[in-house]
Write a protein that binds this ligand. Structure first.
Ligand code: CA
Length: 231
């Protein structure tokens, strides 16, 4: 049997580590553990994990700072774990190299889904050939023909809507921060114009969701950003 991907857990709470250990081992992942930022950085460099679960509240360092250092050190997917109400920390970690986040308390299915998204992304490097067709739920986007379909029906998008959708598709399954979306779609000078996003997300939902008031495809991550449903 081929051993599963190596997941490094950087977390100081013993109870949380027990939960993660049981969940990861039970699902065939290999595990490395660290209780401090210092130990975590050493293991990230020495053991070459594919995924890192990083608690932002560590005893010996600022979590955002650890995320930044890890990003310089490794290509591993960094999934931040943080307490509810720490949206600013999560956003800062995401803007400093983290790939996704989980808010405590979270369940096993959510954790495993995030890890699968992270591993799938690692398997398709940024410099690889671009995808030609993307499908998720009722959505189908043909990038070659620049064609967007919902449930088989053609949908007309404006160039900005198409650009926004493309930015979300490139990160499907992962959260994308407001700042990053604004930067990618409207440029570096628009990073604080979050009202652009609200307007254009409403338009996209109107065109792509069966019920725009209860979005399933394009979900809001309150205070952080948006997430497009993984294929
Ligand atoms: Ca902690």
């Amino acid at each position: 049997m081929v051993p599963g991907a190596l997941v490094l857990v950087i977390e100081d709470e013993p109870q949380m580590r027990r939960f993660l250990r049981a969940m990861l081992r039970g699902n065939g992942y290999q595990l490395a553990e660290a209780e401090t930022a210092r130990e975590g950085l050493a293991q990230a460099a020495g053991r070459n994990p594919e995924v890192i679960l990083l608690d932002l509240g560590l005893p010996d360092a600022d979590g955002v700072d650890v995320a930044r250092k890890l990003r310089r050190l490794t290509r591993a997917a960094i999934i931040v774990i943080s307490a509810r109400g720490k949206e600013q920390d999560k956003v800062a970690a995401l803007d400093n190299g983290a790939d996704d986040y989980l808010t405590k308390p979270f369940g096993a299915p959510e954790l495993l889904a995030r890890i699968r998204v992270a591993l799938r992304r690692a398997a398709t490097p940024d410099d690889g050939p671009p995808i030609e067709v993307f499908t998720s739920g009722e959505l189908r986007v043909d990038f070659v023909r620049r064609e967007v379909l919902r449930g088989g029906e053609a949908v007309h998008l404006t160039p900005t809507e198409y650009k926004l959708l493309t930015a979300l598709i490139r990160n499907s399954g992962r959260v994308v921060t407001h700042r990053r979306l604004l930067h990618e779609v409207w440029g570096v000078n628009s990073e604080h114009q979050t009202h652009y996003l609200r307007v254009y997300m409403a338009q996209l939902r109107h065109k792509l969701e069966a019920d725009p008031t209860r979005p399933r495809l394009l979900t809001t991550e309150a205070g952080v950003g948006y997430r497009l449903l993984a294929p």
